[in-house]
Design a binder for this molecule. Structure first.
Ligand SMILES: O=C(O)CCC(=O)C(=O)O
Ligand SMILES: [Fe+2]
Length: 376
């Protein structure tokens, strides 16, 4: 081939690749709406990272019955037993399912419904909320970290910062469907309240009652007044689910995540070196320990890797309510949990360090937490 033709061919390929890149940035739903029956190369994981979906047959499905904590029982005569089960779940699994939590099923159904409708809106309507600014109070995005991911995952998401539910912030949230703001604000208030109760119980299960008297300790008020982020995740059905993931293995950064999944399974957690699928229980929350709680508990409670499978027949929606300390706070192992037999295991950490980490690497494993360890 003559050199001029060669250069033209290279430029044409480059142009095509750029067009494809900008198409993928618009999200998986947009891609599916264009009608596809194979997944583009951008979403195909290296063989070693692919999920093993030999479990199409129900008998091969390794479902996991996570420990179940009955929240109402914490108020009853079995309180001390339930606190022990809570501690054991956080130590052994880093996850548990919460039932009888007091949030009405209407509130739960409403957020799932508005989430479904939002992701079904015409692309031009959804696209108004697209942003690559990680700090934006509202952000429609795709994949895991779309600015960094070499391979994209099969997920779109809407992030709503709930730090303040002032009318200034709410007016930035999507105006369609018309009840999205109301449903999301109500859901965020209810989950924040539940989180506040739950983190109090978790601190008690760690044996921390009133560290405010100890000047070196985390101010307990910070646990209650921290930041909250709602993330509505949408995983469209996928023509080749064994080649990709809805979310890659990751741990959550904050203290606790309250996760609501619809009836479609997909969430898997790593437990004893296996990936196990978490069975959805209607009207329950999947609660997981985040990196900051692992640090605060000096490694006693575990922030565990989890990932999301997609499937070829059903879309899936989940809503994660992520709770952290205020972004200006430092997190450190609680001095009350450090002694001669349990030395300090993690460096003090702040949110700025985490943001630096996010922007500097492909966030695909537990390595942020690994990077905070004092002893490896
Ligand atoms: O969709 C799920 O089940 C999990 C979502 C998740 O892990 C997250 O939003 O951090
Ligand atoms: Fe997560």
């Amino acid at each position: 081939m003559c050199p001029a033709v060669n250069i033209l061919a290279v430029e044409e390929t480059k142009e095509k690749e750029e067009q494809n890149e900008s198409r993928y940035q618009k999200g998986v739903r947009h891609l599916c709406e264009s009608g596809i029956n194979r997944i583009p190369r951008k979403y195909i994981l290296p063989v070693s990272d692919r999920p093993l979906i030999v479990m199409k047959e129900e008998k091969n499905y390794q479902n996991l019955n996570l420990p179940i904590i009955d929240f109402a029982q914490l108020q009853g005569p079995n309180r001390s037993q339930v606190l022990k089960s809570l501690a054991k779940a956080c130590e052994e699994y880093g996850f548990f399912q919460l039932v009888n939590h007091g949030i009405h099923s209407d509130v739960i159904q409403h957020i799932i419904e508005v989430g479904k409708i939002f992701f079904e809106l015409p692309f031009e309507e959804r696209a108004k909320y697209m942003s690559t600014d990680m700090q934006a109070p509202v952000r429609l995005g795709t994949s895991f970290n779309q600015n960094k991911d070499r391979v994209f995952c099969w997920r779109d998401f809407l992030k709503l910062s709930c730090h303040s539910l002032s009318s200034d912030i709410l007016s930035l949230w999507p105006s369609f469907p018309v009840d999205l703001r109301e449903a999301a604000a109500n859901y965020s208030k209810k989950t924040k309240f539940l989180y506040q109760l739950l983190i109090g119980e978790i601190l008690e299960s760690l044996g921390i009652v009133n560290s405010n008297e100890n000047n070196d300790s985390q101010n307990l008020k910070e646990f209650e007044d921290g930041s909250q982020l709602l993330v509505l995740n949408c995983y469209p059905s996928c023509p080749e689910p064994d080649l990709t993931l809805g979310m890659p293995p990751h741990s959550d950064y904050g203290l606790l995540t309250l996760l609501l999944q619809d009836e479609v399974k997909g969430l898997q957690i790593q437990h004893q070196e296996k990936w196990l699928t978490v069975e959805p229980i209607p009207n329950s929350f999947v609660i997981n320990v985040g990196d900051n709680l692992e640090i605060f508990s000096n490694g006693r409670y575990k922030s565990v890797l989890h990932r999301v499978l997609v499937n070829s027949s059903k879309s899936r929606i989940s809503v994660a309510s992520l709770h952290s300390l205020p972004y200006s706070s430092k997190i450190q192992p609680s001095p009350e949990l450090i002694n001669e037999s349990s030395p300090k295991l993690y460096k003090d950490t702040d949110f700025a360090t985490f943001l630096e980490y996010l922007s500097s690497c492909e966030h695909k494993s537990k390595s942020f937490l690994e990077s905070r360890k004092l002893i490896n």
